[in-house]
Design a protein around this ligand. Structure first.
Ligand code: NAP
Length: 295
């Protein structure tokens, strides 16, 4: 069984990006601007690690912080300013947003050319049609991980649990696409799926992205399957230094021995998500000179 180590795979990508930044020359650096609304603990952690990763590879980064009670129009204005700022290549708005802000409105206000999270409908539509686009960072990171570890996907039956716009649905499109890490026959499952356990038990590849800790158990996994655990849930644990532990959607201890390859949580997909975001930011920067990054 191979542990699909996100630290190793993401470091390899960061090293490539570092070299690419150096080759651009000192005055031309990709620039990511992140907007963080409020002070949710998990969102703070994610944004901090995205900003830190930008610095690590030599990108510029800007963090725009807005109060939790900021109006939707003020947030849209902040996005407009970044859209118009020629020095900014990529923009991300950390989700989730407070309830009084319409998330879809915010996503659609980001210039699709700077939408390095790949959530804008223009990029989602291009992805469906197999056109060059910004791929949502988590599914993109998973594809990069499959490539890094030479996981054979051609002709395999992949089961994706979850159909969100940010993970499950784009993942299912990528795995079914005509791509070196695609060409799977894909079943996409959700909360109304019947016989989910049986469907999973027939899968060569399982991508669990539902946000239910320990949901995928060993009876749902066939011998030799590849298991990708996207889930990140904070579970209270008074014995843990922070008072919580991060749990994935897979019951790792019982499932791992049956698999041919599996991602750990933490240390798996989360790190690859950042790698995907950095690659998208580099691509956004290079698009001005019409250069394409290998997918
Ligand atoms: P989401 O928007 O809540 O979507 C969850 C999906 O799972 C929905 O499609 C839902 O079905 C489905 N689902 C829920 N319960 C189910 C069940 N019992 N059986 C089958 N399907 C079920 O979540 P998300 O944003 O996609 O995120 C999913 C997980 O990934 C979360 O733990 C999140 O924190 C994590 N995540 C991790 C990363 C990373 O970098 N590692 C990035 C993004 C998200 P319906 O559509 O029918 O409701």
């Amino acid at each position: 069984m191979v542990i699909l180590d996100g630290k190793k795979a993401s470091q390899a990508i960061k090293n490539q990006l570092k070299q690419q930044v150096l080759s651009l020359g000192s005055d031309k650096k990709p620039h990511l601007a992140a907007i963080l609304v409020g002070n949710d603990g998990a969102s703070e952690t994610y944004v901090a690690s995205k900003v830190r990763s930008c610095e690590e590879v030599g990108f510029e980064s800007t963090l725009v912080r807005l109060d939790n009670d900021v109006s939707e129009s003020t947030l849209l204005q902040a996005i407009e300013t970044l859209n118009a700022d020629d020095s900014v290549d990529g923009i991300l708005v950390q989700l989730p947003l407070p309830k009084h802000i319409r998330e879809q409105r915010v996503i659609e206000s980001i210039d699709a050319e700077k939408d390095v999270d790949g959530f804008h409908p223009v990029n989602a539509g291009k992805l469906v049609q197999g056109l060059p686009s910004f791929i949502p960072a988590t599914p993109y990171g998973i594809m990069l991980m499959l490539a890094h570890f030479n996981i054979d996907t051609k002709g395999k039956h992949a089961v994706v649990i979850g159909r969100s716009n940010i993970v499950g649905r784009p993942m299912s499109i990528l795995l079914s696409s005509n791509h070196p890490q695609g060409n799977c026959t894909v079943t996409i499952c959700h909360s109304h799926t019947k016989n989910l356990e049986d469907i999973c038990a027939r899968a060569d590849i399982i991508v669990a992205a539902l946000g239910r800790p320990g949901f995928v158990t060993n009876n749902m996994v066939k011998d030799g399957a590849v298991v990708i655990d996207v889930g990140i849930t904070r579970v209270e644990d008074s014995a843990a230094p922070k008072g919580y532990r991060i749990k994935g959607d897979v019951a790792y201890e019982e499932v791992a021995p049956k698999t041919s390859a599996i991602t750990p949580v933490p240390g798996g997909v989360g790190l690859m998500t950042i790698a995907g975001l950095l690659k998208n930011t580099m691509q956004a920067h290079l698009n001005r000179t019409q250069i394409t990054v290998d997918r």
